[in-house]
Design a protein around this ligand. Structure first.
Ligand SMILES: [Zn+2]
Length: 273
């Protein structure tokens, strides 16, 4: 199998997992021995069918306790995410905008924010459904909050952004981290794999490789502290642990604690230019 990030043929099996969220279908996680990037195998032909048909937007539709927790964290996270962009702007494109939560928030804070969302179509006039709607415009900031891992060709996408980015513009990429403690603990049950919606799985080394390959450099990295809790709780659910809340909370906490030293948080935000 060929690594889509670096082109190497030297790959190995990392783990076998399944779509715990919807279809139950089994997939392999293949690791590139050269650049460390991982891919979901086989690539699903039509990824759309694996998104909740009504409104995927991550776990937004679930009225469960975990869904409520997700929405609470989402509110706290948008503030945190925007605080990392101080001094950049005002023209912002949120690529993979979902229902437009981040776009709407950014607009209330003085940004001129737009979004792109091909899967989850909304009536929001600031959310484009077609790439041609934004490709002719220029942005100071392009954000991909847990989106790059869903895309078929991250190399091409990041290269293409150079045409859409102003001089000195930044791309902000948030990704699950395969070197995190929660990945190590949960292995095939790690909800950060989220196959087959996630087609790629990165750690710091493989993302750095990708960034360099497409002619960017990493200017800043920041953790997403809540993701370790959310990912751990969901992973416990996938393991069918009735005490998922307690175990998930504990491992989420431990993941953040260990990351103080390892710097391998459950999810990492990279600011690249
Ligand atoms: Zn590779």
């Amino acid at each position: 199998m060929l690594c889509n990030i670096c082109g190497s043929k030297k790959t190995s099996l990392k783990t076998e997992t399944q779509d715990f969220a919807y279809s139950g279908k089994r997939f392999k996680i293949i690791k590139c021995n050269n650049c460390n990037a991982m891919q979901t195998y086989p690539f699903p032909e039509k990824t759309e069918r694996y998104y909740d048909t009504k409104n995927y937007d991550s776990y937004n539709t679930k009225t469960s306790f975990l869904g409520g927790l997700y929405r609470l964290v989402q509110k706290i996270n948008v503030k945190y995410k925007l605080s990392l962009l101080k001094g950049e702007g005002p023209k912002l494109l949120d690529y993979g905008a979902g229902s437009g939560f981040f776009v709407n928030y950014a607009n209330t804070k003085g940004y001129d924010a737009f979004g792109y969302e091909p899967v989850n179509k909304t009536k929001n006039s600031r959310i484009y459904n077609k790439k041609t709607d934004f490709e002719s415009k220029k942005y100071d900031i392009i954000t991909l909050w847990h989106v790059l891992e869903h895309t078929k060709n991250p190399v091409k996408l990041l290269k293409d952004f150079k045409k859409t980015l102003k001089t000195n513009g930044v791309v902000v990429v948030a990704l699950p981290n395969t070197d995190s403690y929660d990945n190590f603990i949960y292995k095939k049950h790690w909800s950060g794999y989220d196959v087959p919606r996630h087609l790629y799985h990165f750690n710091k080394a493989s993302f750095r490789f990708l960034v360099k390959k497409v002619g960017y450099r990493i200017v800043k990295t920041k953790p997403l502290y809540f993701d370790s809790f959310y990912v751990s709780m969901l992973s416990e659910k996938y393991k069918k642990n009735p005490l998922w809340f307690i175990f998930g909370f504990f491992n989420g906490f431990l993941s953040n604690l260990l990351a103080l030293y390892s710097k391998n948080h459950s999810s990492i935000i990279y600011i690249i230019k």
